[in-house]
Design a protein around this ligand. Structure first.
Ligand SMILES: [Zn+2]
Ligand SMILES: [Zn+2]
Length: 400
């Protein structure tokens, strides 16, 4: 092929379609109603609201429902129009929305947790309501009988919760930075394994049941892609945020991961790209390039009358190198580093411009995002922020 190093546009700049305003406090979670010009939101101001687009082009509430406690999370099932809402007081309330989205009817409530419900997931196939709470518990209930089926104590409160219907595995990502994988039976669960890779708490999880890949976002600014389907224990780090990763969403049809940060950054990752794992950092008492001793290597410092140097690591080859031998910086998108990182001089030379082409696009939502929801049918992204505003974006990819 002729050399045409034109990086492909993965998405055009997200186009702001609507601002949905009116909540008194932070909108903790919200979802786009598929096939309707509607949005469902739950807020710290204790309200559940359904917003419909009116003839004026504005979104106005068709439902405004006050709950007894701040609403921390929700799960909406469009097929059954079932809305499960987690509250700050530990209760989960289940509603059915009317077909025209003008009314909601309480079906039942579960006293699921001792304190704030952090995450909730309704699984229609099993008729299960899965939830995590600040009480460091994962629990699941039968949504038909309302019965509590079981529970599991986690390391810390968990903001990440995903479920694989096919194998009945649940993924729980907690504030200690750990992801716990449990196998659920009707009334029991067993620990399968735990993933430890983050240096900060897990803030979000996203499961791709097709490729069988789990993404975990963290307050350490990174995302890890755990390749379970590959069966080789591969874990790829994605470094593209300057702040806490707050929420993740996966667009199956275009194989794009959408991640949002506390600083308002939206990153769209092309997951069709084959990325490599970052190397283990090697240990050495002297620079593996110029052989100068590191500062703790008193013997060599004495023998060669040299001053000890600080140890650094090349992000590409993992070698222990001195500052002088790693003076250059480079992005290494195929290792997940979309930002420039330290590399040794020889690796710097070996990285081609083609390899430096970004594999993600970066956008500024201009509000501090707490939650995102992606509607694949229209390619719309919803972001809700600490500014109490919900924004709707058109993310439709432009084929270039
Ligand atoms: Zn050196
Ligand atoms: Zn290197």
């Amino acid at each position: 092929m002729a050399a045409e190093p034109q990086p492909k546009a993965l998405t055009r700049k997200p186009l702001l379609l609507h601002r949905v305003e009116g909540s008194q406090e932070v909108v903790n979670m919200a979802a786009i109603v598929p096939k309707e010009d509607g949005v469902i939101s739950v807020s710290e101001d204790r309200t559940v609201r359904v917003w419909l687009k009116r003839d004026s082009g504005q979104y106005w509430p068709s439902i405004y429902h006050a709950m007894p406690s701040p609403c921390s999370c929700m799960s909406f099932n469009p097929e059954t129009r079932r809305l499960s809402i987690g509250l700050d007081n530990g209760t989960i309330s289940e509603f059915i929305l009317s077909e025209d989205y003008n009314k909601m009817t309480l079906v039942k409530s579960y006293q699921a947790h001792q304190s704030r419900v952090m995450m909730i997931l309704f699984v229609l196939e099993m008729e299960w309501v899965l939830s995590t709470g600040q009480d460091k518990h994962f629990t699941w209930h039968c949504s038909e009988s309302g019965q509590r089926l079981g529970g599991y104590r986690t390391n810390a409160g968990a903001c990440g919760l995903q479920f694989d219907v096919e194998t009945r595995h649940v993924f729980v990502g907690d504030h200690s930075g750990q992801v716990t994988i449990l196998k659920l039976e009707q009334e029991s669960c067993s620990l399968v394994t735990t993933f430890k890779g983050h240096t900060g708490g897990v803030t979000a999880l996203c499961w791709d049941p097709v490729q069988r890949v789990l993404f975990s976002g963290s307050s350490d600014h990174s995302i890890i892609m755990w390749d379970i389907g590959g069966r080789k224990g591969t874990a790829i780090e994605l470094q593209g945020h300057n702040d806490k990763v707050q929420s993740l969403s996966y667009a199956h049809h275009t194989r794009q991961l959408i991640s949002c940060g506390a600083d308002g950054g939206i990153v769209v990752w092309n997951m069709d790209v084959e990325r490599q794992e970052t190397p283990e950092w090697l240990d050495s008492d002297s620079c593996q390039k110029c052989d100068q001793p590191f500062f703790w290597n008193f013997k060599q410092m004495w023998d060669s009358k040299k001053i000890g140097l600080r140890q650094h690591h090349c992000r590409k080859c993992g070698k222990a190198v001195c500052g002088k031998c790693s003076s250059k910086r480079s992005s290494i998108p195929l290792m997940g580093f979309e930002f420039e990182v330290r590399v040794c001089d020889s690796c710097h030379e070996s990285i081609t411009d083609e390899e430096r082409a970004p594999t993600a696009t970066f956008h500024d939502s201009k509000h501090n995002i707490v939650h995102v929801h992606f509607d694949a049918t229209r390619g719309w992204l919803l972001t809700s922020g600490t500014d109490k505003v919900i924004k709707l974006w058109d993310m439709t990819p432009v084929v270039s």
